[in-house]
Design a protein around this ligand. Structure first.
Ligand SMILES: Cc1cc2nc3c(=O)[nH]c(=O)nc-3n(C[C@H](O)[C@H](O)[C@H](O)COP(=O)(O)O)c2cc1C
Length: 414
């Protein structure tokens, strides 16, 4: 009987344990979590979502305070078009977050950065260019392009000296998205080093519409694999979304993927950035508690726990401090929903908004409990303690469980 450890993810002569921990912003997939994956011979992701805030919390910088102070005169103005990120600060925060992580790296694995295109930061092109190039400057092993089609992203870093040496990959949820990306980047003569195929059972934003339940990962993997073969390309494919056990992973590896990307199992690890109380919410969740809705201003459906505090919250938008989802013209779907409510409640009190949420603020405060569809099974991966809470497994425990388990078994932490 095969185990995940019988397979290897190969990048040229480099061989890795074929387990990738997916990026989870904002600082849910912490440096500590990603570093464990690298130490154990796999790949871990950090994320550059709200990187200023992550830097402030970790390295005592004051990027967010500075930006808030600079734009405080605009707080009561519904027009947010004047808000812009200081590109120098953006590069500095990115280099700090990544540089410190890479300095701490040990082991034979790698640390990648998850870069979401939907973080348009009221200047989509310029900010993305800075994020990508600063990440390469800071020595990141690889960059995973996510939450968007990224048709121009390779070109934005094509002049960087590490453009052809760092590992660059993309997350897609359909062959069509992959075809578009490959067509758009063809003239750069630089193929992605890996392709992550994310199915509809994943956490975070989904690359599907609200008809997500009609799709399934194994079918999309087969379609992408067929296309890659037809085009005579040799790009490692990585399957993601709903892979909960080592045996689930083996079934995809036997189908021909080079690795699996997993996240949900690690949301309750000691190293995960979610607050301890939120980890217990994930443990406690039942299948009915997990929903997919459209409250994210990005326009993508998102999976989350039903009791997520962000749902229905009508807080004043914090674009002066954050503003990561401003589209380039000062717009965000939450901002529009809030401004409409403000007409009926001019004092700003008693506002409840259910169709959109202020994702920047709520992700920053860990009040948007996004999760994968298998979250209801987390309780079976740990022990219940006498006080009724669940024991947090270490990332190493979970990683090794994926790596060595058979027969759909899940080893409980000691
Ligand atoms: C809490 C959470 C947050 C996530 N945030 C992101 C993100 O910021 N960017 C991204 O590309 N994917 C995100 N994802 C998706 C994961 O990286 C991963 O591909 C997927 O969840 C794997 O499926 P699994 O959770 O069923 O193992 C997130 C997933 C979870 C569970």
């Amino acid at each position: 009987m095969k185990r995940v450890n019988d397979f290897r993810l190969k990048f040229g002569s480099l061989e890795l344990v074929p387990i990738v921990i997916g990026g989870m912003g904002v600082d849910i997939s912490t440096a500590e979590l990603a570093l464990e994956a690298a130490r154990l011979g796999g790949i871990g992701h950090i994320s550059d979502a709200l990187v200023h805030d992550v830097s402030d919390r970790r390295f005592d910088t004051e990027f967010v305070k500075g930006k808030t102070r600079f734009y405080k005169g605009n707080i009561n103005n519904p027009d947010k078009s004047i808000i812009h990120f200081d590109l120098g600060h953006l590069a500095e925060a990115t280099r700090l977050h990544i540089g410190k992580t890479m300095d701490a790296k040990c082991g034979t694995g790698m640390v990648f950065l998850n870069v979401m295109e939907k973080l348009t930061m009221n200047g989509p092109r310029d900010t993305l260019q800075v994020r990508l190039n600063a990440a390469l400057d800071a020595g990141i092993d690889g960059i995973t392009l996510s939450a968007g089609l990224h048709l121009g992203s390779f070109a934005l870093m094509a002049e960087h000296p590490r453009f052809r040496d760092a590992k660059l990959g993309i997350i897609v949820s359909s062959v069509r998205a992959l075809q578009l990306f490959l067509r758009k980047t063809a003239k750069l003569k630089r193929l992605p080093d890996y392709i992550i195929i994310e199915g509809p059972l994943a956490g975070g934003h989904l690359g599907f519409g609200m008809d997500w339940a009609q799709y399934d990962l194994a079918t999309i993997v087969a379609e992408v694999a067929h296309y890659i073969r037809t085009e005579q390309l040799a790009i490692p494919l990585i399957a993601a979304g709903g892979i909960f056990t080592g045996s689930d992973a083996v079934s995809f590896l036997e189908q021909g993927v080079a690795a699996v990307q997993v996240a949900t199992r690690f949301t309750v690890s000691e190293e995960c950035g979610l607050p301890a109380k939120v980890k217990q919410e994930y443990f406690k969740a039942s299948e009915e508690d997990i929903i997919v809705n459209t409250i994210s201003p990005t326009g993508y459906p998102m999976r989350m726990l039903k009791n997520t505090p962000a749902i229905g919250s009508g807080i004043r938008p914090n674009c002066e401090s954050y503003g990561y989802l401003l589209d380039g013209n000062g717009n965000c779907a939450y901002l529009s929903a809030y401004n409409q409510q403000l007409v009926q409640h001019p004092d700003g009190k008693n506002i409840a908004i259910f169709d959109k949420t202020c994702l920047c603020t709520h992700m920053r405060n860990y009040n948007c409990w996004t999760c994968g569809s298998m979250t209801y099974r987390l309780k079976d991966t740990s022990r219940k303690l006498p006080d009724g809470s669940y024991q947090l497994p270490s990332a190493e425990h979970i990683f090794k469980d994926y790596q060595f388990s058979v027969n759909q078994q899940i080893a409980l932490p000691d």
